[in-house]
Design a protein around this ligand. Sequence first.
Ligand SMILES: [Fe+2]
Length: 288
Amino acid sequence: MRHFAGAAAHAGTLEHLRVAHLTDLHVGRVTPFKVQQAAVQLTNAAKPDLIAITGDFVCHSQLYLDQLTEVVRGFEAPVVCVLGNHDYWSGATEVQRALARAGAAVLMNQNTTIEVRGQRLQLVGLDDAYTGHADRAAAIRGLDPKLPMLGLSHIAEEADGLWAAGVPLVLSGHTHAGQVTLARLHELAIGKMAGHRYVHGLYGARASGGAVYVGAGVGASVMPLRVGERGRREITVFELGKQPGTIPEHHQEQPPGPGRKPSPRVQYERAAKVVARERRRARRGERS
Ligand SMILES: [Fe+2]
């Protein structure tokens, strides 16, 4: 469990709203179900007003969607989420349905306003940028600049664009705090791996300009190994309405790494992989 204050802009517009952030649950074979249940218990014990989950709910298949619904149903606060690349690889429509069955709101390039104890918060959900589904213009359409905002995006590198739209804090995932990097050393060796500007934790400036938080995640998709203190499974609690620096925090805002934008070819290949998998599933469905 890690704790942080929200952005300075939240302190000016919200009295107090507690948001629990979880990411990369990867409900499936690699992550023990008891880990998912522990994550739900720890989250509920923190008594959040809202739970934000930033994608990669599954691993590689639709075999564990009932378990996913069971996990998300266990949360005692309202759940708002966005999808990740693994959700698109496994079937975004089916994952979205499994989440909806559990009562979660899935924001696919949309925003919504929630009200908690008389305080309103706009949630901006950017769809998965890794597989080419992010549409920022759609996600920010109709936002009220006077109301506080919180962004959700599986890919943290999209945060910069949301800051420009007035979203002072964006919650993200995908990197597993570097776990994915370790698991894909072979990709590194052939120079294919995209460099991340934001690997784990808090980056940018909550006082002005915008910040992004990259959660270490709950589950794993390839191998269960999690290395180092930063790489441990994580639930992060944000106290929106508290000024940055007024509560003890796990670490300070960090400068971003150099990063490397994926080339148009890489972007095309990532999008094409989703289509290829959809076709494969459709063919299998026809045969059965
Ligand atoms: Fe991901």
